[in-house]
Design a protein around this ligand. Structure first.
Ligand code: CU
Ligand code: CU
Length: 397
């Protein structure tokens, strides 16, 4: 059996007798020269990199200067917002005129109360699309393609039907480009019913509202991101008939959505910013299209009443983590599955393009904020108040 001791393996280390001490010295010198060259090259690369970084910094500074010079005078908040973000986009979050508070007080809030469902077997709905300037925050205007000239709002009107009713939808395109309407409440061939309608044309289709719940409707014309972000969305409530929900004393519809602005919208209406929309960096997030509108104009209830919220998250991209501060959902129909509810739930996610139904019964008078508990959204305007009883004042949350 072969074993190897240290002395037996030692000769292997001397296996290259041709490398004498002199040659080794020459090798070391060559390596040293090569290393020296490498250091030189690295130094040059370093200098080039530093120069490139410097150029990039200069370019960023120039770009900032361009943005500054392009911005209207007297809107220091826009500059402040730009300076405190590391994003490549200029944020117009919370940029409002000086008289914003008075404008918010004078603003007529979007009607959140659920309208009555029409009688009879057919619900006729007609909407006329129009390019409209809509206020989305106090003194902030946005150039929408919104659904209904008659209501003049984004979201479009709330549609309320009963399970089993037929919805006969007439869409008139009074806008300047193709549009369409996609109902999540419908089981229908989308290539037929949700087809594009050219400017100046109208189109009628029908569907049976067979699945109870609260659903989003929206324009489905490409690019859908742009059409939804431009205010083309709304909610349809299909009330269950076969298995009615427990009685509610008040019913409110809340549609969440976010806005991506290419300017502050203060001096002239803002339009869509595609970069921000793709990055999902909104300037404003709203309930029913207008920031904080139910803080100044709270939704009302009496102590002990059951209040039902029909919630849709229109996006285009953000979900809503629905929560009512100061209480717990007595019933939460998660994902608007009206066959069953959860009890004692604090917060429920409503996905973009989805819905949920929530009951609260509040006994103590007070102001109860309703929010998306994803708090960046609150910061950008997605908060309202449920005013229980005859209490005074407001609160921020
Ligand atoms: Cu559209
Ligand atoms: Cu959809």
């Amino acid at each position: 059996m072969a074993t190897y001791s240290a002395s037996e393996t030692a000769p292997h280390r001397r296996a290259r007798p041709d490398h004498g001490p002199e040659e080794s010295g020459a090798l070391i010198r060559v390596v040293a020269v090569l290393l020296g060259l490498a250091v030189g090259v690295l130094a040059i690369v370093g200098v080039v990199l530093l120069k490139t970084a410097d150029d990039a910094k200069d370019e960023a500074a120039n770009a900032a200067a361009r943005v500054d010079s392009a911005a209207p005078a007297g809107h220091g908040q826009a500059h402040a917002a730009a300076a405190t973000t590391s994003s490549p986009f200029t944020s117009y979050a919370r940029v409002v005129p000086d008289n914003a508070e008075a404008l918010a007080a004078a603003h007529k809030p979007y009607e959140a109360a659920l309208p009555a469902a029409p009688a009879g077997p057919v619900a006729n709905v007609k909407m006329t699309i129009k390019d409209m300037d809509v206020e989305i925050a106090p003194g902030v205007k946005y150039r929408t393609w919104a659904f209904d000239e008659a209501t003049g709002t984004a979201p479009g009107p709330v549609i309320h039907v009963r399970e089993g009713q037929t919805v006969e939808m007439t869409l008139v395109n009074g806008g300047s480009i193709n549009h369409s309407i996609d109902f999540h409440a419908a089981r229908i061939a989308p290539n037929v019913a949700f087809r594009d309608v050219a400017p100046g044309e109208s189109f009628t289709f029908k569907f049976k509202a067979g699945d109870p719940g609260v659903y989003m409707y929206h324009c489905g014309t490409k690019p859908v991101l742009t059409h939804i972000a431009n205010g083309m969305y709304g909610a349809i409530v299909v009330e269950p008939r076969e298995k009615p929900l427990p009685k509610a004393d008040r019913e409110y519809v809340l549609v969440s959505s976010e806005w991506y602005l290419n300017s502050s919208g203060v001096d002239k209406p803002a339009s869509f910013d595609q970069g921000k929309a793709r990055a999902m960096l909104p300037d404003w997030v709203t309930w029913n299209g207008y920031a904080d509108q139910y803080v100044q104009h709270p939704l009302a209830a009496k102590p002990g009443e059951t209040v039902r919220f029909w919630v849709v998250a229109a996006g285009p991209s953000l979900r809503t983590d629905f929560h009512v501060v100061g209480t717990i959902f007595d019933r939460a129909w998660v994902n608007q599955d009206l066959t069953q509810y959860q009890r004692g739930v604090q917060t429920v996610s409503v996905p973009a393009g989805g819905g949920g139904v929530f009951d609260v019964k509040i006994d103590k008078p007070g102001l109860y904020p309703f929010v998306s508990h994803s708090f960046a959204s609150v910061d950008l305007g997605q908060v309202g108040l449920l005013k229980v009883g005859n209490v005074k004042g407001s609160m921020s949350h």
